[in-house]
Design a protein around this ligand. Structure first.
Ligand code: PMP
Length: 457
């Protein structure tokens, strides 16, 4: 039973003492007051239970307060909270050895940070120092962080301030096979395809070629052959589970490398087995990046991030001094270490694959049933459901309509996320401990919520 601060008092404090932005992003008409979590479940202060299918933005990777991770944190709390990486302590070395074993050669050198923005900031700096170049290319619609530098990578107006953020950052057309002009939906790496027949079924799809052509043009607008880096998420998160044609990243990496740049995979959302088929999202594209950035799921909710790179890039960067007080602190390392153990022991990657594929297959039936469900896509438990006014126009379902469905889903006890440039995409990115029963519960609730909306409209 909850005995803490009243809802009214929390809201008063939120209004008066908290970042005003927190009032704007309460997400729901009535805020959800959460005070407890266990695995895929959350409880509000009134004792209502929610199935959490958003996991604090794809962050709680193995389950809220997972007993094994909590025990590891408790043990480390008793042993050593903090010392810096100036000294040698076991938690950091145990973790680095373990994490490195999950990455292919030559990605073996690890820099630990406290967040995803910090990891991407560092990756930007390292790429520039290593290559001696400045220009960085990202996708339109992407999110890579909110710091002044990473804001330049982030290409979504909702997260921009009017400053010269991220000088030298430029974006290229997002190879979005659903919303983009060239189709290509049958080329993406997902168990689910869109309804509109893509000409690739007849071997005539040109989507990949067209998007690569766009990238070539973007690269041609930069200082000749002076590209520092290309940043891409293997499947967009905030962008709304946007997936690219199958060979896009492979060809993009080649073009960027030919122009002297390094390739960076932002695995902040897609990493740690979430895509089901692979431990890292980039493996689904059959590429090996020069740098991988990670955060969120790395610590199951504990603040942490990392950049993993090659010895060669690390050597270039070692010409200066880079220091981070909390990066790689014992608490974070102990937690993250046990997260890796739990991923293995609980078989969460397999859960992602099985439950995720089941969810998408069933969601595709709702797509076929309802005019407003435009696209179902993703891999594993990185799932997006793109809502449209109608299937012919593919115009985004307006915010009020999205909100109606969203509220209904919440009222029936499930939390999901939203994303996309127009807020038109529902995001399903739960802790990777969910079950088939949870999936069925969600499918029934989602079906009912869309049905309710359709009845009224
Ligand atoms: N990269 C991606 C793909 C993200 O989704 C986010 C956060 N939404 C970030 C980077 C930034 O992470 P953080 O909020 O920890 O700074």
């Amino acid at each position: 039973e909850y005995k803490g601060m009243s809802k009214e008092r929390m809201m008063k404090i939120r209004r008066e003492n908290c970042n005003p932005m927190t009032m704007k992003v309460t997400y729901y008409k009535e805020p959800v007051f959460i005070h407890k979590g266990h695995m895929q479940w959350l409880w509000d202060v009134d004792g209502r239970r929610y199935l959490d299918l958003f996991a604090g933005v794809a962050t709680v990777s193995v389950g809220h307060c997972h007993p094994k991770v909590t025990a590891a944190a408790e043990q480390q709390l008793k042993d050593l909270w903090h010392t810096t990486s100036i000294y040698v302590y076991p938690a950091l070395h145990e973790y680095c050895e373990k994490l490195a074993s999950y990455l292919p050669d030559p990605l073996k050198v690890i820099y630990l940070t406290n967040s995803g923005s910090e990891a991407n900031d560092l990756a930007m700096l390292m790429a520039r120092i290593h290559t001696g170049n400045y220009d960085i290319v990202t996708f339109r619609g992407s999110y890579h962080g909110g710091s002044p530098q990473t804001m330049g990578l982030t290409s979504n107006a909702a997260y921009k301030y009017p400053i010269a953020n991220g000088l030298g950052c430029t974006n290229t057309m997002c190879p979005d096979v659903f919303r983009g002009p060239w189709g290509g939906s049958h080329c993406r790496d997902s168990p689910i395809q869109t309804i509109r027949q893509c000409s690739c079924a007849q071997g005539q799809c040109t989507a990949n070629e067209q998007y690569i052509g766009q990238l070539k043009e973007t690269l041609a607008t930069s200082v000749p052959s002076r590209i520092a880096a290309f940043f891409g998420e293997p499947i967009q998160g905030v962008g709304g589970a946007v997936q690219y044609p199958k060979n896009y990243l492979k060809e993009a990496y080649k073009l960027v490398r030919e122009r002297g740049g390094v390739c960076i995979a932002d695995e902040v959302q897609t990493g740690f087995g979430r895509t089901g088929t692979h431990f890292w999202g980039f493996q689904g594209h059959d590429v090996i990046p020069d740098m991988v950035t990670m955060a969120k799921g790395i610590g199951n909710g504990f603040p942490m991030g990392a950049v993993v790179t090659t010895p060669e890039i690390a050597a270039s960067f070692a010409k200066g001094v880079h220091f981070n007080t909390f990066g790689g602190n014992p608490m974070a390392c102990a937690v993250a270490s046990s997260v890796l153990d739990v991923i293995k022991e609980d078989g969460t990657q397999k859960i992602s694959l099985d439950v995720g594929t089941y969810l998408m297959t069933e969601l595709a039936k709702l797509r076929d049933k309802y005019e407003v469900v435009g696209d179902v896509r993703g891999k594993g438990l990185q799932i997006g459901v793109e809502m449209v006014k109608d299937k012919a126009s593919r115009d985004p379902l307006p915010p009020e309509a999205m909100s109606e469905i969203f509220e209904d889903v919440k009222d029936m006890g499930i939390l999901i996320g939203k994303g996309g440039l127009y807020g038109q995409i529902f995001r399903i990115q739960p802790p990777m401990c969910i079950t088939m029963e949870d999936a069925d519960f969600f499918l029934a609730v989602f079906d009912k919520s869309i049905h309710n909306y359709m009845e009224k409209r």
